[in-house]
Design a protein around this ligand. Structure first.
Ligand code: AMP
Length: 417
C-alpha cells in the first residue's frame, strides 16, 4: 500500500469554497442584524476551565455527562473545549465587571463549538454557532427583541419551512414545584418508561419529553405541563412576551413539551425548527437564564440569549454560491521576463481601485492565460504586449482593442463592456 492518507477527524468536516461562501452570507447577514440592533461583538476562548461548564451548563445535562472534550493541560488543570457559548460569555461579563456598564449588556458572537456526540447529518463534533445575549434585563422586551432578531435572520436569509416554538419554564420555585409533580407522574407510570428515562427521573425528569420511545411518549402525553402551571409574575411575563411578539408580527406556536438540554434556563424558552431537516430539525434556540450569573458567582442578574447552528442553517438553505468571477485578468504576451512584474504591479493598482484582478501564477503562455481567464470568469483581459503596448480584450464578445495602461482604471470602470 502507498503511504497513509489522512482524513478529517470523525464528526468534523472541511468547508470548501462553494459552501464557505454560503456560510459567509449567513455570518454577514447575522452580523448586520446584530449591529443594527446594538448587539456588540464579543469573542471568548475555545477552551475554558472544565468547572465553568459543569456549574454553568449543569452536572445532570447530556452535554456535561457525556459530550465534553475534556483534557488536562501540562500544569494539571482540567480544561474543556467549549460546548456552548453562554457560560463563557457570563464568565467574561463577571471577569470584566460588565455589571458596571449600562444594563443590559448586549453581546453577539460566532465561532466553533465542540461536543462529543454521535455524528449524523446536522450533528457534528465540531460545529459553529452564532448567537446573541442580553445580560441584565428581565424585561419581556428583551425576550421579544431577541426572538425577533432570530426571526429576522431566518427571513433575510430565506430559510424555508421554519417554525418558532415557544414555552416558559417559570421561575426556579414554580419549576421546582412542577418538577415534583412531574416526578410523581413518572413514578406512577415507571413500568411504561424507557430505561434511560426511568434511571433519570430524579436527575432530569424534563428530558422525558424529548424521548423517542413509544411507551414514554404515551406517558408524557398525559403528563402535567409546565406552561399550565405558571403563576403570578411568571404568567404575566410570558403573556407580555407573547403580546410583544404578536405586536411585531412574529408567528409562534406554544409548545408545552418544549425543554432545552441545558439546566440554566428560566421563564421564556424557544426553539426554531425547520421542516427541511431530518432528525436534527432545530436550527437554533435559547431562552432566559435569570439564575446563571449568580450561579457563577455574580449578583442575581436576569439575562436571555440564543444560539443558531450555522451548519443547520446551511443545510436548510441547501444552496451553493459559485465563485463570483473577476473583473479583469492581466496577461502577458510573448517572452514574459520583466513584464511579469508589470502585470503584478498593474493588478495591484486595479485591486486598490476596487476591481477584482488576477494574474496568472502558473507560468502559462498567452493562450493558456486566456483559457485561465475563461476558467476564473474574468470579464476582460488586459494583455501586456512585447512592444510595450497593451490590448483590452472583452471575453464575452471576443473584441480586442489597444488600450493605454496609464488610463486603465478609467477604461475598466467607465461603464463600457
Ligand atoms: P444548543 O446550544 O444545544 O441549544 O444548540 C443550539 C443550536 O446549535 C442547535 O439548534 C443546533 O442548530 C446547533 N447545534 C447544537 N449541537 C450541534 C451539533 N452537535 N452539531 C451541529 N449543530 C449543533
Amino acid at each position: 500500500m502507498a503511504g497513509h492518507t489522512y482524513q478529517a477527524p470523525r464528526g468534523t468536516f472541511d468547508v470548501l469554497p462553494d459552501a464557505a461562501r454560503v456560510r459567509r452570507r449567513i455570518e454577514h447577514t447575522a452580523a448586520a442584524i446584530f449591529a443594527r440592533a446594538g448587539y456588540e461583538p464579543i469573542a471568548t476562548p475555545a477552551f475554558e476551565d472544565t468547572e465553568l461548564f459543569e456549574r454553568g451548563v449543569g452536572h445532570s445535562t447530556d452535554i456535561v455527562r457525556k459530550e465534553m472534550f475534556t483534557f488536562e493541560d501540562k500544569g494539571g488543570r482540567s480544561l474543556t473545549l467549549r460546548p456552548e457559548g453562554t457560560a463563557a460569555i457570563c464568565r467574561a461579563y463577571l471577569e470584566h465587571g460588565m455589571h458596571k456598564l449600562a444594563q443590559p449588556v448586549k453581546l453577539a458572537y460566532l465561532g466553533p463549538f465542540f461536543r462529543h456526540e454521535r455524528p449524523q447529518a446536522g450533528r457534528y463534533r465540531q460545529f459553529h454557532q452564532l448567537g446573541a445575549e442580553a445580560i441584565g434585563s428581565d424585561s419581556p422586551l428583551a425576550d421579544a427583541e431577541l426572538i425577533g432578531m432570530f426571526a429576522e435572520l431566518v427571513a433575510e436569509l430565506g430559510v424555508p419551512g421554519v417554525e418558532l416554538r415557544l414555552g416558559s419554564l417559570g421561575s426556579v420555585e414554580t419549576r421546582a414545584a412542577y418538577l415534583d409533580e412531574l416526578k410523581a407522574h413518572l413514578r406512577a407510570h415507571e413500568a411504561d418508561l424507557a430505561e434511560g428515562v426511568r434511571e433519570r427521573i430524579d436527575a432530569n425528569p424534563l428530558r422525558a419529553f424529548d424521548s423517542d420511545d413509544e411507551g414514554t411518549r404515551a406517558v408524557m402525553a398525559a403528563a402535567p405541563k409546565l406552561v399550565e402551571r405558571l403563576e403570578g409574575e411568571d404568567a404575566e411575563h410570558f403573556a407580555e412576551v407573547r403580546r410583544l411578539l404578536e405586536a411585531c408580527g412574529v408567528a409562534y406556536e406554544i409548545d408545552p413539551t418544549l425543554v432545552r438540554g441545558l439546566d440554566y434556563y428560566t421563564r421564556t424558552i424557544f426553539s426554531f425548527v425547520c421542516d427541511r431537516l431530518g432528525a436534527q430539525s432545530e436550527i437554533g434556540g435559547g431562552g432566559r437564564y435569570d439564575g446563571l450569573i449568580e450561579q457563577l458567582g455574580g449578583k442575581p442578574t436576569p439575562a436571555i440569549g440564543w444560539a443558531a447552528g450555522i451548519e443547520r442553517i446551511a443545510l436548510a438553505l441547501d444552496e451553493e454560491l459559485p465563485a463570483p468571477g473577476r473583473d479583469v485578468l492581466v496577461a502577458v504576451a510573448g517572452e514574459q521576463g520583466e513584464r511579469r512584474s508589470l502585470a503584478l504591479v498593474l493588478a495591484g493598482e486595479l485591486r486598490k481601485a476596487g476591481l477584482s484582478a488576477e494574474i496568472d501564477l502558473g507560468g502559462r503562455g498567452l493562450k493558456g492565460q486566456l483559457k485561465h481567464a475563461d476558467r476564473v470568469g474574468a470579464r476582460r483581459v488586459v494583455i501586456l504586449e512585447e512592444d510595450g503596448g497593451a490590448q483590452l480584450r472583452d471575453m464575452t464578445s471576443g473584441e480586442q482593442r489597444p488600450v493605454d495602461t496609464g488610463n486603465l482604471i478609467e477604461e475598466l470602470t467607465g461603464g463600457e463592456a
